[in-house]
Design a protein around this ligand. Structure first.
Ligand code: TMP
Length: 238
């Protein structure tokens, strides 16, 4: 498949057209942003690491029956994916309190949640991705009730699959963000799952192995991303 013109450049990835209108190529960048783009930097090698981590996890999810946009890894930074119409709703799944939830509700970071929390944000950079509920989503026609029901079901299922898989690698999945898209009338998982979009804590030491190291200037950012990749790859070599 030929890589054609640049269609879109996001904060962490570029999207290129191909000679087939049903497919696009993602190219992962080393650029890192936080706080809606206020903090900017580079995490050396992040593009390569996130490409591999995300593809690994999308293949795992596919094996467990979750439809995703993943087609084929093309190079260290490039992946062929189905071209979806992105639903402008970010889904946040939380197993323990951290980040913005801790701030908003006064729950210390790490507090176990009695049940899994789903949150929705309207994907809009100018507005800083404000949190919305299902009523806002229907009122603004961001997605239908049928689509949101599929999205919630899939999000809980993705959480269970990832929790179980990562626990064996001594990685605790604290929370993460998902994005979905429409493809041939079906809702499928899109975007990426990586240390940029998840909170991963080492089960034994509690060490943060994700983008919080960049957001909070904790140091050893590259090492943390590499550590996650190594744990996933060691497991797949078994
Ligand atoms: P939060 O605590 O800042 O709301 O983040 C919750 C989770 O969602 C965390 O794993 C990081 C991820 N996330 C993104 O992937 N993109 C974003 O823009 C934000 C705000 C959070």
């Amino acid at each position: 498949m030929k890589k054609l013109e640049l269609l879109y450049e996001g904060k962490a990835k570029k999207v290129y057209a191909t000679d087939d209108p049903g497919y696009v190529i993602l190219e992962y960048k080393d650029d890192a942003t936080a706080f809606n783009g206020l903090k900017r930097g580079t995490i050396v090698g992040k593009g390569v690491v996130n490409n591999k981590i995300s593809n690994h996890l999308f293949q795992l999810l596919e094996r467990h029956g979750i439809p995703t946009h993943y087609v084929q890894e093309l190079s260290d930074r490039e992946t062929l994916v189905k071209r979806v119409e992105i639903i402008p709703v970010e889904v946040i799944v939380r197993n323990r309190a951290a980040g913005s939830l801790s701030k908003r509700l006064g729950l210390p970071e790490g507090t176990r949640l009695k049940s899994v929390v789903l949150e929705y944000c309207y994907k809009n950079d100018e507005l800083g991705d404000p949190m919305v509920n299902e009523h806002h989503i229907y009122a603004m026609e961001l997605a239908t009730e049928e689509e949101m029901s599929r999205i919630a079901d899939m999000s809980f299922k993705v959480n269970q699959i990832l929790l179980n898989y990562l626990r064996d690698l001594n990685i605790e999945l604290i929370d993460f963000k998902l994005e979905f898209g429409r493809f041939n009338g079906q809702v499928i998982l899109a975007d990426e799952i990586s240390p940029d979009t998840c909170r991963f804590w080492d089960t034994r030491t509690g060490e943060k192995l994700d983008k919080d190291r960049f957001r909070r200037d904790l140091g050893d950012v590259e090492e943390a991303y590499q550590e996650i990749l190594h744990r996933l790859m060691d497991r797949s070599a078994e």
